[in-house]
Design a protein around this ligand. Structure first.
Ligand code: ATP
Ligand code: MG
Length: 411
């Protein structure tokens, strides 16, 4: 049905006119053949980027030159973006990124792509064009490089990670032996890639419905250590339990939660990881919040837990609880103690999700109003009373807190 989309058909008709040709390519074709949702639609065309822009503008369609040098123009119809890329062939490479030239040759365009399942095209009538044996591989869920695996990896070492990313999402059984061997042989080259490309690929891999098998293979041949040396001693044994918990409890598939399951909660090392892989500020903060959150005993009282939530980052505590719950869950079968632990951790997790941090009812002005001189004494006094308020389970109201403040200030 996505193929009969009016906007898509308009774009393809535009490209197909006057000796030009346009075909959907890559993820959209692959996913629709697998019956999976189609995210963004990439289109390949024999037309040059300037021509695509001209035709779009003549038809009153907004054209954004997102990467004219690489041959990419984005057309936006009804708010939907379509990435139109001129056919290309590889000309040279430094292993960090292939250098390409425009062409009008579909076979050459297919052959410069990474994996056979990513090189399927579909024309406007929905007919699939398979130039590198992608359909047979898709059917067998075989993730395979186009041509000689070692050569293709040498052209762009990111393809090592892409091999495992696509294996995580669409593969089955053992990874293709030639691909696996070529990845293992070239693993030391991952460090020459830009951190942004590595993390972007790794993040997608970690967010797969179940990245477990891919991570195991990556670990087996020493690739996981290249990207995440933090996993070396820690191991990846927590992944199956986490995935099972996510699926049973409806937690979303989050790359960072999966990452937290395989690296130690060490704030200093995680800061280095974030720096090395150029994580976003928010991603770095997530890991820090987790590392700085306390270990929560599952039999903690509600009151004590509320105090803990008041003093610590809610997201970080939730990550701690989820990981602990996943571990308990995987040990729970037939073990009543672990089953009870799972239930208690689940309650704490729910409490964390619903937690609204209460606002401390006093401020600096209240302290000054009691006659205390401006300075460190103000913070000290307020801090003391805030702790008493916490110890009293947030029950003391403003009036009683003010009275207490006066007492302390004049003591
Ligand atoms: P999704 O968008 O679902 O992650 P996709 O297959 O569309 O999957 P993209 O990363 O969007 O993946 O790339 C679009 C297409 O471009 C791929 O299907 C592949 O044919 C080609 N491609 C992308 N990156 C590379 C690369 N490093 N080497 C060779 N071909 C690539
Ligand atoms: Mg895509």
């Amino acid at each position: 049905a996505w193929f009969r989309d009016e906007a898509l058909q308009r774009v393809l008709a535009l490209l197909d006119a006057d000796g030009g040709e346009g075909r959907v390519v890559g993820g959209a074709v692959r996913n629709s053949l697998m019956g999976l949702p189609v995210a963004d639609i990439d289109i390949a065309t024999t037309l040059l980027p300037e021509t695509v822009v001209e035709r779009a503008e003549a038809a009153g369609i907004k054209a954004v030159p997102t990467g004219i040098a690489h041959g990419t123009v984005t057309l936006v119809i009804d708010g939907k973006p379509f990435e139109i890329t001129t056919l290309r062939r590889d000309v040279e490479t430094d292993g960090r990124r292939a250098v390409v030239a425009f062409s009008r040759d579909w076979q050459a365009d297919a052959e410069r792509r990474d994996l056979t399942i990513n090189a399927l095209y579909a024309s406007a009538d929905g007919v699939v064009v398979d130039l590198v044996g992608g359909l047979a591989d898709l059917e067998r869920r075989n993730i395979r490089f186009i041509g000689d695996a070692a050569t293709r990896i040498a052209e762009d070492h990111l393809r090592i990670l892409r091999f495992f990313r696509f294996f995580a999402y669409y593969g089955t059984g053992r990874p293709d032996a030639e691909g696996l061997r070529a990845c293992a042989a070239a693993k030391s080259k991952i460090s020459t890639l830009s951190a942004e490309r590595v993390w972007s690929e790794m993040k997608k891999l970690l967010a797969a419905p179940d990245p477990g098998r891919a991570l195991l293979w990556m670990r087996q041949i020493g690739i996981l250590t290249e990207v995440l040396p933090e996993t070396e001693k820690w191991g990846i044994d927590a992944i199956p339990g986490l995935i099972a918990a996510e699926q049973a409890l409806g937690w979303p598939a989050e790359a960072l939660l999966r990452l937290a399951a395989i690296v130690p909660p060490d704030a200093a090392r995680l800061a280095k990881l974030a720096e090395r892989l150029r994580l976003s500020k928010a991603e770095g903060a997530y890991l820090q919040a987790w590392a700085n959150a306390p270990i929560v005993k599952d039999d903690i009282s509600e009151a004590a837990f509320d105090r803990l939530l008041y003093r610590h980052d809610q997201t970080g505590v939730a990550v701690r609880l989820k990981l602990a719950l996943a571990v308990a869950r995987s040990k729970a079968e037939g073990d009543f103690e672990e089953m009870a632990r799972v239930a208690r951790l689940g309650k704490l997790l729910e409490r964390t999700a619903n937690w609204k941090k209460p606002a401390f009812p006093l401020n600096g002005a209240d302290a000054l109003a009691t006659g205390v001189n401006p300075g460190p004494r103000v913070g000290e006094l307020l801090g003391k009373i805030e702790q008493e308020w916490l110890d009293g389970n947030f029950l003391m109201n403003r009036a009683s807190l003010l009275a207490r403040l006066k007492d302390l200030a004049n003591a």
